[in-house]
Design a protein around this ligand. Structure first.
Ligand code: ZN
Length: 682
C-alpha cells in the first residue's frame, strides 16, 4: 500500500522521507556501482555497524536472510507461469554456450538474461510490459538445441522441439503475455494480465464474484481474502490453491519455515519470538487469521533491534489488488541515526518556540514524531534487486487504525543511491561553481540527511491549527503545502547556529551545500524526471519547485539567487545564503499560516503560481544534458554475502560480511542454492 519507490537516479535530490547517516571513514573506497545494462543500473549497498551486532543478533539476521532468499522462485512463478522455465533455460545456455561470445546475438542474449534476473521474469519490473530479446530466433533455437537435453527445462515426456515451439512465442511474440499487470478497465483485467495469480481460463467477473461472496457483512476485522493463493478452475469450479506447507509453492515455503524456526531460536525477546512463531504457523496453515495475528504482533514489536518482512505482502502485481507478491527484507535499526533523531526529539520544543512563524500557530507542547530508520541486511523477492527506500506496513486498514503501523526508511539504500550518483558526473554537469561543488562533495550527504531528519522528526510535527480550521480544506493542494511546510522548517534550521551548538553540523558553511542543492533541484534538475510537454504533478516535486521559484522571485531585486546561462547551459547561482535563509523563513511563516487557517485560496495561488508550470526551453535543455550523462533510470542492488565462521567443534563463532559478489555471480548462485520450486507449478 505504501511503498516509496525510487524510479529515477536523482535520489541525490529526491529525499523522499528518508534519512541516512554516514561516517566519513566507510564512505569513500566502497564501490557502489556494479554494472549497467538496458535501462538498469546495478548498485551495491553497505551494511554499516554490522560489527556492532551481537553474535546472537548476527545469527538472527543470518537465519532470516536464509528465510528470505529461499523464497526467490516463488516470485518468478507468481509473475508468470513460464518465468522459471525461461530463467532456467537461459542459465543453461549461459553456462554451456560454446559459440562466439563476441557476436551481437550473444551480447543481446546476455542483456536479456540479466533483465530476466532483474525483473524476476520476462516483464519490465516497473513498466509491466514484456521486454523483447535483441537476439534472433535462429540464434536462440540453435543455442537450445546444442544443449544436452537434460539441461533443457522440459515438461514430462516433452521433446526439445515441442518445448521450443511452446517457449519461443513466450519470449519473442510481443502479443503473447504482453503485460504482467494490465489495468485497462475496458478489458477483462484478469484475462489480459500475464501474471500467474489466476488460472488461464478465469475471468474478472468470476474473481470479483468469488471474493465478494467471501466478505461478511459488517465485518470490522476482515482478513485479506485471497492474499495467499492462486485462484483456478477445477472441474469447472473455482478453487483456491493456497500458498502454504503442503499447498502451492510448498518446497520453497518449507525451506522458509525451516529458517524461520532457526531464527526463532535467536529472537531478541518474547515479542519477537511471538512474531516469528506466528508467521511459521501462518505458513504452515495458510490461515489468513493467523496472518493478521502475525501482523499485529509485528506492529507491536518495536523494541527489537533486528526486524524483517517475509511473506505475500503487496498487491500491485494483481490488477484487482487481491493477490500478494512474495517479498522479504531483513534489517536492523540504523544505529547512527538513532542518536541524531534523539537529539532532535530532545530539543523539539526549542525548535518550535524559535520558528519564524506567528506565535498563534505554534504548538505549546510539541512531541517529535517517532519514525524508524533502518539498515537493510538482505533484500529478496519483490524487494530484490529493485527495492523501495521506505515501507509502511501492514496493509490491513483495520489493523492500521486499531493497532497502528510501522513506517521505516531504509537509510543504507538511500546512501548507496547517493554515493553512486556522486560518481555519475551529475554535479560536474549541473553545479555552477567550484565552491559549491566542494561543499557538496564534503557535506552533501550529511546535510541531505540532516534535512530529511528535520523534515520528518520536527517539520511535520510542528505547528497547530486554529480552532475550526481543517487541513482538508486545502484539498488537492494540501499535500504539497504540507511537504513545503516540513521542507521549509528543515531548510530554515539547517542554517541556524543551533545546528553547530547541538553538534549536528560541524562546519558553519555546511548548510550551504543543502541550500544550493535544493535550489538547483527545484529550479532545474528535477525536471529531468518529467516528460517533455507535461506539468509537474507529484506533490514532493511541486513543493520543491514552489519553494525554489518563490525564493528566486522574491530575492530578485537583491540578486539573492540567479539563473545564469553559460555556453548555452543554465546554472543556479546563489549570491547570498544568509538572505536565502531569510526567504525560507518568510515562506515558512506564510505556509504555516495557510495550514493553520486552512486558507484554500492562498494555497492554490502559491502552488499554481510556483509549483506546477515548467519553462519548456529549460525543461528541454535539462533533459538533453541529463540524457548525455547516460545514467540508467532504474536501479537495483546486489546483496552482501554473509559467511559463517566456525570453531573446531563446529560452533559458529562469528558471521562475516563481504561485498565482493558480482551481479551475474550472485544471480547464478541464488539460482543454484535457492532453486526450490519445480519449473512448472500448474
Ligand atoms: Zn514529508
Amino acid at each position: 500500500m505504501n511503498k516509496v519507490f525510487l524510479m529515477v537516479m536523482t535520489l541525490l535530490f529526491l529525499f523522499a522521507c528518508s534519512g541516512n547517516k554516514k561516517d566519513a571513514k566507510r564512505a569513500d573506497k566502497f564501490n557502489y556501482n556494479v554494472e549497467q545494462f538496458a535501462d538498469l543500473g546495478i548498485l551495491r549497498y553497505q551494511v554499516p555497524n554490522w560489527d556492532k551486532l551481537t553474535l546472537n543478533q548476527k545469527k538472527l539476521v543470518y537465519s532470516l536472510s536464509q528465510a528470505a532468499l529461499n523464497g526467490r522462485d516463488i516470485l518468478f512463478d507468481q509473475n508468470n507461469r513460464y518465468n522459471l522455465a525461461v530463467r532456467r533455460l537461459l542459465e543453461a545456455v549461459y553456462e554451456n554456450y560454446s559459440g562466439d561470445k563476441n557476436s551481437e546475438d550473444y551480447k543481446s542474449f546476455l542483456v536479456y538474461l540479466k533483465r530476466v534476473w532483474f525483473s524476476n521474469g520476462i516483464h519490465h519490473h516497473y513498466g509491466e510490459e514484456k521486454f523483447l530479446p535483441g537476439f534472433s530466433k535462429e540464434f536462440f533455437a540453435n543455442a537450445v538445441k546444442s544443449l544436452d537435453s537434460s539441461l533443457v527445462p522440459l515438461r514430462e515426456g516433452q521433446s526439445v522441439d515441442a518445448f521450443l515451439a511452446e517457449i519461443t512465442p513466450v519470449i519473442f511474440d510481443p502479443k503473447v503475455y504482453a503485460k504482467k499487470v494490465n489495468q485497462d478497465s475496458s478489458l477483462d483485467v484478469i484475462a489480459v494480465s500475464a501474471n500467474n495469480y489466476y488460472g488461464e481460463d478465469v475471468t474478472q467477473k468470476e474473481v470479483e464474484a468469488f471474493y465478494n461472496a467471501m466478505k461478511k457483512p459488517n465485518d470490522g476485522t476482515p482478513v485479506p481474502y485471497g492474499l495467499n493463493s492462486r485462484l483456478v478452475k477445477k472441474d469447472g469450479k473455482l478453487a483456491e490453491e493456497v500458498y502454504k506447507v503442503g499447498g502451492l509453492y510448498s518446497p520453497a515455503i518449507e525451506k522458509i519455515v525451516y529458517w524461520l524456526n532457526e531464527a526463532s531460536k535467536y529472537a531478541e525477546n518474547d515479542q519477537q519470538k511471538k512474531v516469528i512463531d506466528l508467521l511459521i504457523e501462518y505458513y504452515k496453515t495458510g490461515d489468513l487469521k493467523k496472518y493478521d495475528e502475525y501482523s499485529i504482533a509485528w506492529v507491536r514489536d518495536t523494541n527489537s533491534l533486528v526486524d524483517f518482512i517475509n511473506g505475500f505482502t503487496e498487491v500491485y502485481g494483481d490488477a484487482l489488488g487481491i493477490k500478494g507478491s512474495w517479498e522479504a527484507l531483513v534489517n536492523f535499526k540504523d544505529l547512527d541515526s538513532e542518536a541524531l533523531t534523539k537529539i532532535l526529539g530532545d530539543n523539539a520544543q526549542w525548535f518550535e518556540d524559535n520558528a519564524p512563524v506567528d506565535p498563534r500557530f505554534k504548538k505549546k507542547e510539541v512531541k517529535g514524531i517517532s519514525f524508524k530508520t533502518i539498515t537493510a541486511a538482505t533484500l529478496a523477492g519483490d524487494c530484490y534487486p529493485a527495492t523501495p527506500i521506505g515501507i509502511n506496513l501492514p496493509n490491513s486498514n483495520w489493523i492500521r487504525k486499531d493497532v497502528g503501523s510501522k513506517s521505516v526508511t531504509i537509510t543504507n539504500i538511500t546512501e548507496a543511491y547517493d554515493k553512486a550518483a556522486a560518481g555519475s558526473g551529475f554535479n560536474e554537469e549541473f553545479v555552477c561553481c567550484s565552491k559549491e561543488k566542494k561543499l557538496m562533495e564534503k557535506y552533501g550527504a550529511q546535510t541531505d540527511n540532516l534535512h530529511t531528519d528535520l523534515h520528518e522528526c520536527l517539520g511535520h510535527a510542528s505547528g497547530q491549527l486554529m480552532p475550526g480550521a481543517d487541513k482538508k480544506s486545502l484539498k488537492v493542494y494540501g499535500s504539497t503545502i504540507e511537504e513545503a511546510r516540513a521542507d521549509l522548517f528543515g531548510l530554515y534550521y539547517m542554517g541556524d547556529p543551533k545546528m553547530l551548538e547541538l553538534g549536528l553540523l560541524k562546519n558553519p558553511e555546511a548548510y550551504k551545500s543543502e541550500y544550493y542543492k535544493y535550489m538547483m533541484n527545484g529550479l532545474l534538475t528535477q525536471l529531468s524526471r518529467i516528460e517533455l510537454g507535461k506539468d509537474i504533478e507529484e506533490s514532493h516535486m511541486r513543493n520543491r519547485s514552489l519553494i525554489a521559484r518563490w525564493a528566486l522571485e522574491r530575492g530578485q531585486k537583491d540578486k539573492v539567487v540567479e539563473l545564469k546561462k553559460e555556453k548555452g547551459k543554465t546554472y543556479v547561482v546563489v549570491n547570498d545564503y544568509v538572505k536565502l535563509r531569510g526567504l525560507f523563513g518568510q515562506l515558512l511563516a506564510e505556509v504555516q499560516r495557510i495550514t493553520s487557517e486552512g486558507d484554500f485560496d492562498a494555497a492554490q495561488n502559491l502552488v499554481e503560481t510556483y509549483g506546477v508550470k515548467v519553462d519548456p526551453a529549460i525543461h528541454k535543455e535539462i533533459k538533453e544534458r541529463y540524457d548525455k550523462l547516460g545514467i540508467a533510470p532504474y536501479k537495483g542492488f546486489v546483496n552482501p554475502v554473509y559467511s559463517l565462521e566456525n570453531d573446531a567443534n563446529g560452533n559458529i563463532t562469528d558471521i562475516k560480511i563481504s561485498y565482493n559478489e558480482g551481479y551475474e555471480e550472485q544471480m547464478l548462485r541464488y539460482s543454484k542454492e535457492y532453486s526450490n520450486l519445480p519449473t512448472y507449478n500448474d
